[in-house]
Design a binder for this molecule. Structure first.
Ligand code: AHG
Ligand code: MN
Ligand code: MN
Length: 342
């Protein structure tokens, strides 16, 4: 049997891609690259457990609630601890924070401290685990802003426009690692037979407009009239094609945003009468995904302000989130600010 090997495309592993990215910055110390490699290894460990989830009896819930009031699944804890333990000793981070922990996650005193800050949602969409639906991990990187001593909240409460990198890992039919360091958005698919992430989606660009919308319309009754008008309008016509939009809602933000990135359209999680900030957490969910989508040519807003410009006031604050193709975001913004009614 002959095996055809293409000579025209590079055989690009995630590690090679990270190294080549580092070479674009002659002053780079290797810390940043080391962080990304640490995260990719953590992803493999989480994935190993996720793929076993249906096989072994680890799907029960613990008795604890996380600080957002959700019941923590065991895999959330595993992912949380795995990412922390994979990243705490490398000497690249000065502090971390995760959706599952109320306070800052400090680096143990016996490990060296670095200049970066890592924020993460260890397992997003975890309510979907029992149904074998795609879930993911989301991460966001900043540089430290205080000059010395123990890092403080000031190092973490930075607006998303100060991110120096962001990405997510999807645990779906394949595992994917999607990341951006400011030079395009790149997606890698895991090849389990060799244990490597391979470049499968180079320089992802979101379509300028799309005809898929994604929102939990079960919350309709609590939305303000402008949001209700938008949700009625979107079911009537697609101005581009004359057809109605299609509705898709996985209920794992990371998977819904990934589809939006590839196919175009819009994802919305608005505030409602009970929760004016909606459900999603600015620091662990909205900001990293907004960074990715903007770098792919899309847009993200809380309805009145660009997501990446919001100055966070607390570690776990929530913010309404509208993200997707530029044209779709322009239209929803007009509805939300009242300049458009139909
Ligand atoms: P997490 O599992 O990290 O707590 O996040 C769950 C989030 C997000 O993934 C998803 O899009 C959203 O919850 C779904 O919320 P609804 O069930 O209210 O639609
Ligand atoms: Mn989440
Ligand atoms: Mn989570």
């Amino acid at each position: 049997m002959t095996v055809q090997v293409s000579r025209s495309s590079k055989f690009m592993t995630l590690e090679r891609h990270i190294n080549e990215g580092e070479h674009l910055h002659p002053q780079a110390t290797g810390q940043y690259s080391g962080l990304l490699k640490g995260l990719s290894l953590a992803a493999k460990l989480v994935w190993r457990e996720v793929t076993k989830a249906g096989l072994v009896n680890i799907l029960g819930t613990t008795d604890r609630m996380n600080i957002s009031g959700d019941v923590i699944k065991k895999l959330d804890e595993f992912a949380d601890q795995t990412i922390y333990r994979m990243m705490d000793h490398l000497g690249y981070l000065c502090v971390m924070a995760s959706e599952e922990n109320e306070d800052l996650l400090h680096i143990p005193d016996d490990y060296p401290s670095g200049k970066y800050v890592l924020l993460f949602d260890p397992l997003d969409g975890s309510g979907n685990i029992d149904a074998d639906v795609t879930i993911g991990s989301i991460f966001s990187l900043y540089q430290r802003v205080t000059s010395s001593g123990k890092p403080t909240l000031r190092d973490v409460l930075q607006p998303g426009n100060r991110q120096v990198g962001a990405g997510y890992i999807l645990y779906g039919p394949s595992m994917m690692f999607v990341y951006c360091t400011g030079h395009g958005v790149h997606g890698f698919t895991f090849d389990p037979s060799v244990g490597e992430f391979l470049l499968s989606h180079e320089n992802i660009r979101i379509p300028a407009q799309g005809s898929i919308y994604s929102m939990n319309e079960g919350n309709y009754g609590g939305w303000d009239p402008a949001m209700q008008r938008y949700s009625r309008w979107i079911k009537e016509t697609d101005p581009a094609t004359g057809r109605p939009y299609s509705s898709r809602y996985i209920g794992s933000l990371v998977a819904d945003v990934h589809r939006t990135l590839l196919y175009g359209g819009i994802y919305c999680y608005p505030g409602d009468s009970k929760n004016p900030g909606g459900k999603l957490r600015l620091m662990y969910e909205n900001n990293p995904l907004a960074f990715i989508v903007e770098h792919a040519g899309g847009a993200a807003t809380n309805g009145s302000e660009r997501t990446l410009d919001i100055q966070p006031a607390s570690l776990h604050e929530r913010a309404p989130f509208f993200v997707g193709s530029r044209e779709n975001i322009r239209i929803v913004t007009e509805f939300l600010n009242g300049t458009r009614k139909e």
